[in-house]
Design a protein around this ligand. Sequence first.
Ligand code: NYM
Length: 212
Amino acid sequence: MSCRRGALIVLEGVDRAGKTTQCQELVNALQQSGRAAEMMRFPDRTTKIGQLISSYLEKKSNLEDHTVHLLFSANRWEMVPLMKQKLEQGIDLVVDRYAFSGVAFTSAKPGFSLEWCMNPDIGLPKPDLVMFLQLNPNMAANRGEFGIERYETSAFQRTVHQRFEELMQDSSVNWKVIDAARTIEEVHKDIKLLSEDIISLAQNQPVGELWR
Ligand code: NYM
């Protein structure tokens, strides 16, 4: 008999919404309750593709806008075999950003439709749950270190936020909106409860395909 699969849980939001902190908190909490949980993040800057992306984000190199979009997508696809393997082994994956960031950030640039941006990510493992950490982009800007990397301007982040709002209209994805303007502990409590519910539901279902 095969073991019950792990859940694919994604945290999304504008920059500085607290995603990384909350991913770590969730992984710790799940591990403490005896689950095998691991964190992943996109972009994964450790691979060759990830290094190209990282250099672009740090403004050390320039890449054409379509090209960098496809690199971000390729950086997800290159991790798919590992993700599927871990899920099958019963490991819960807590992921800091996914295809939704990919679409929201590129489509905030002039001339990019949501549809074009979604295409390369169609068929990725579908998250069982996507929690959107809702934070006013102006509040995010006050949370320090804002403005160091590419895309970190209030005007751009406001457009990114609008694109996320459009993506959240899609009922084929299990979106939950979390008020991220509260304390770390309060936000964590909500995230943990929602995650525990989805872990029990997901274990009896096959992993879906995103946007298909
Ligand atoms: N980003 C992230 C994209 O533009 N496209 C993507 O597909 C993904 C996953 O990269 N500003 C952007 C969002 C962030 C930056 O930042 C990655 P961080 O701090 O590594 O999450």
